[in-house]
Design a protein around this ligand. Structure first.
Ligand code: SF4
Ligand code: SF4
Ligand code: SF4
Length: 579
C-alpha cells in the first residue's frame, strides 16, 4: 500500500495514502477535537470543530474529512485555529438552551467540555434563537433547543439501523433535525432502539425518564416492588460512577438496588434461561415439522421486533413465539411468584432494569399481561438506575457485594451471555446439544458465534445432525439476512438477531461513552469481555441445569412449551403500518 509522509506540528509521521488528517494527527500524538465526527459513521465535517491549518493554504480545512498528502505540513493548534474553534463553539452556544445545571448530559456533554476547554463566553453572540420543539413519547425525548445539528443521530439511524426516520428539515437558521412532515417520532417507523441517544454529543436526546414512577412505587406501602436486572446492566453500570469500561459490578448493583428500597432483587438471567428452554424446545419442534417456518429467528430484542413488524411483516412466522426475557421475568413474577407467596399480582410492581430504550415500548405491547395485569410495570435504563442511585445519595464505591434474592434469583451464565451478540445462540446451542445427544457435554464454548463481526455463520454437528446458524446485530445486517430469506437464498435453521451494535452490552440505554473515547476504544468488546470472563469462571453454564428453572417446570409449568408455558411465556406479533 502506498504510504504518505507528512508533518503534524513539526512531528514527522508516515501513514497509508487516503488516511484522514485526524487519524494521522492521532498517530503523531495529537488529539484534534471533534463534535460531529464518529468513526466509520459520520465524517462530513459539518461542525467545523476539527479545523486545522495547512502550510501554504489560506483556508482552514476539516481534519475529519481531508486526506493527507505527501510533504503536507499541518498545524492543529495555531492561534488562528483556536480562534476559529472558539467562535464556532460560541455561535453554537448562542442558539443553545444552556441549562447545564439540570441537563441530563451535564458533566458528560461534549459541547460543555469543549466550551470549558476553549474558555468560551456563553454570551459572546446574542440575538434571535431558532424556535425549537420538544418531541416526547413513551421512550425518548428529543429537545431541539440543545441540538447542534451535528447529524450523528441521522447517520446512525440511516447507516447502522437503515431506518432513516430522522433528517434535517428546513434551511438556514430554521434548520432542525426531525421527522418528515414534522411528524412526531412515535408516529413514524422508528424502532425505538435509542442508538441516536448514544451518539448525541449533547443533551438533545435522552430516554424518557421513569425514575419518578419507581420512587412513587417504593414509597407506596401497598406495592411489593420487585427489581429484575438484565445481563448486560452489571457490566456497564459502574461506568456511571467512574469505573473503567467493562467493570463487572454485579454485587454492588444488587446492593445499591436493595438500598434504593426494593422488596426483592432478582436476576433476569433466570428468565433468559427460561427463554432458552422455551426457544430451544420450539426450535427442536420446528426442525421435526416439515411445514414449520425455518429459519427460526430469535425474539428477545424489541427494537428488532418493531423492525420486522414495520419492514418485513411477511416474515413474522419465522419469529420464535417466546416472550423476551424481560417479559418472561415479569410474567413469572405475577403468576408463579404471586401464587407461591400469596401476593395479589395487582400489588406486585415489577421494575425492569435494562440496557435498552425499546424495552420501554415492549411493556406496552398487546399480549404481554399473563396475569391480566401488565407483566412489567416500568423499565429503567442502566443510566436511569444510576440516576436513581445518585438521587438516593448511595455511595456506590463503598457498597459491599451482595447476592440476588432467593428463591428465584439464580441465573446461569448461559443467561448472562445473552448480553453480547452471539450469546443467545451460544446459550441455545449448549442446551440443544445436550438434549439431542442425551449427554452432559463438556465442550460448550461455541467461539464461531462470538465476537463483534456484523454477521457470523456456523455449522454445528450435533448427534449426527448439522445445524446451520447465523448471528447478526444492527438492522443494516439484519436487513441483508432478511433479503436472503425472501430470495430463498438462506438455508440456516436458526438465526439470532440483536438490534444494537454488539448486542445489549451496547444498547441504547447503556452509559454514554463520549466520542473522544468511543472513537478509539471498542466499548462493546470491553463490556462483552467482562461477560465472557464471568462465564469462563462460572460453575453453572447451561440453562437447563439452573435449579430455579428445574423447580419452575416441576412446580408450575410442567414442561417446556406446555399449554401453561404457552399462555404465560409466549406472545404474538403483528404487522405495523410503515410511515
Ligand atoms: S447539552 Fe451540554 S451544554 Fe447544553 S445544557 Fe446540556 S450540558 Fe449544557
Ligand atoms: S430510536 Fe433508533 S430508529 Fe428511532 S430515530 Fe433513534 S436511531 Fe432511529
Ligand atoms: S440531536 Fe444530537 S446527534 Fe442529533 S443532530 Fe442534534 S446534537 Fe447532533
Amino acid at each position: 500500500m502506498k504510504e504518505v509522509t507528512l508533518k503534524i506540528n513539526g512531528v514527522s509521521v508516515t501513514v497509508p495514502a487516503g488516511t484522514k488528517i485526524l487519524d494521522a494527527a492521532k498517530k503523531a500524538g495529537f488529539n484534534i477535537p471533534t463534535l460531529c465526527y464518529l468513526k466509520d459513521i459520520c465524517n462530513d465535517g459539518s461542525c467545523r470543530i476539527c479545523v486545522v491549518e495547512v502550510k501554504g493554504q489560506k483556508k482552514l480545512i476539516t481534519a475529519c474529512s481531508a486526506t493527507v498528502k505527501d510533504e503536507m505540513e499541518v498545524f492543529t493548534s495555531t492561534p488562528k485555529v483556536i480562534a476559529a474553534r472558539k467562535t464556532t463553539l460560541e455561535l453554537m452556544l448562542s442558539n443553545h438552551n444552556k441549562n447545564c445545571l439540570s441537563c441530563a448530559r451535564s458533566t458528560n456533554c461534549e459541547l460543555q467540555k469543549l466550551s470549558l476547554e476553549y474558555g468560551c463566553d456563553t454570551k459572546a453572540f446574542q440575538g434571535a434563537v431558532t424556535k425549537s420543539r420538544v418531541d416526547e413519547n413513551d421512550y425518548l425525548v428529543r429537545d431541539n433547543s440543545k441540538c447542534i445539528l451535528c447529524r450523528r443521530c441521522v447517520a446512525v439511524c440511516n447507516k447502522i439501523q437503515t431506518v432513516g426516520v430522522i433528517g434535517a428539515n428546513n434551511r438556514g437558521f430554521a434548520s432542525e433535525i426531525g421527522c418528515a412532515f414534522e411528524k412526531k417520532l412515535d408516529n413514524t417507523s422508528c424502532i425505538a432502539c435509542g442508538q441516536c441517544i448514544n451518539v448525541c454529543p449533547t443533551g438533545a436526546l435522552h430516554e424518557k425518564d421513569d425514575t419518578a414512577k419507581v420512587i412513587a412505587a417504593i414509597e407506596d406501602p401497598e406495592k411489593y416492588v420487585i427489581f429484575g436486572t438484565a445481563p448486560s446492566v452489571r457490566v456497564a453500570l459502574a461506568e456511571e460512577f467512574g469505573y473503567p469500561i467493562g467493570t463487572d459490578a454485579e454485587g454492588k448493583m444488587v446492593s445499591a438496588i436493595k438500598r434504593v428500597g426494593a422488596d426483592k432483587v432478582f436476576d433476569v438471567n433466570m428468565a433468559a434461561d427460561m427463554t432458552i428452554m422455551e426457544e430451544g424446545t420450539e426450535l427442536l419442534a420446528r426442525l421435526k415439522d416439515k411445514t414449520a417456518a425455518l429459519p427460526m429467528i430469535t425474539s428477545c430484542s424489541p427494537g428488532w421486533i418493531r423492525f420486522i413488524e414495520f419492514y418485513y411483516p411477511e416474515l413474522l412466522p419465522h419469529l420464535s413465539s417466546c416472550k423476551s426475557p424481560q417479559q418472561m421475568f415479569g410474567a413469572i413474577m405475577k403468576t408463579y411468584y404471586a401464587e407461591k407467596f400469596n401476593i395479589d399480582p395487582k400489588k406486585i410492581y415489577v421494575v425492569s432494569v435494562m440496557p435498552c430504550v425499546a424495552k420501554k415500548t415492549e411493556i406496552l405491547r398487546d399480549d404481554e399481561a399473563a396475569a391480566g395485569v401488565p407483566d412489567v410495570d416500568v423499565v429503567l435504563t442502566t443510566r436511569e438506575l444510576a440516576r436513581l442511585i445518585k438521587a438516593k445519595s448511595i455511595d456506590f464505591a463503598a457498597l459491599p457485594n451482595e447476592e440476588f434474592d432467593n428463591p428465584i434469583g439464580q441465573g446461569t451464565t448461559a443467561g448472562l451471555i445473552f448480553g453480547a451478540t452471539g450469546g443467545v445462540m451460544e446459550a441455545a446451542l449448549r442446551t440443544v446439544a445436550d438434549v439431542l445427544t442425551g449427554e452432559n457435554l463438556e465442550k460448550i464454548d461455541y467461539k464461531a458465534v462470538r465476537g463483534t463481526a456484523g454477521i457470523k455463520e456456523a455449522k454445528v454437528k450435533i448427534a449426527g445432525n448439522e445445524i446451520k446458524v447465523c448471528v447478526a446485530h444492527t438492522m443494516a445486517n439484519a436487513r441483508k439476512i432478511l433479503e436472503d430469506i425472501k430470495a430463498g437464498k438462506c438455508d440456516y435453521h436458526f438465526i439470532e438477531i440483536m438490534t444494537c451494535p454488539g448486542g445489549c452490552v451496547n444498547g441504547g440505554g447503556q452509559p454514554i461513552v463520549p466520542s473522544y473515547i468511543s472513537n478509539n476504544v471498542d466499548v462493546k468488546a470491553l463490556r462483552a469481555k467482562a461477560i465472557y470472563d464471568k462465564d469462563k469462571k462460572s460453575g453453572l453454564r447451561k440453562s437447563h441445569e439452573n435449579p430455579v428453572v428445574k423447580a419452575l417446570y416441576e412446580e408450575y409449568f410442567d414442561h417446556p412449551n406446555s399449554h401453561k408455558a404457552h399462555h404465560i411465556l409466549h406472545t404474538t406479533y403483528h404487522k405495523r403500518e410503515k410511515y
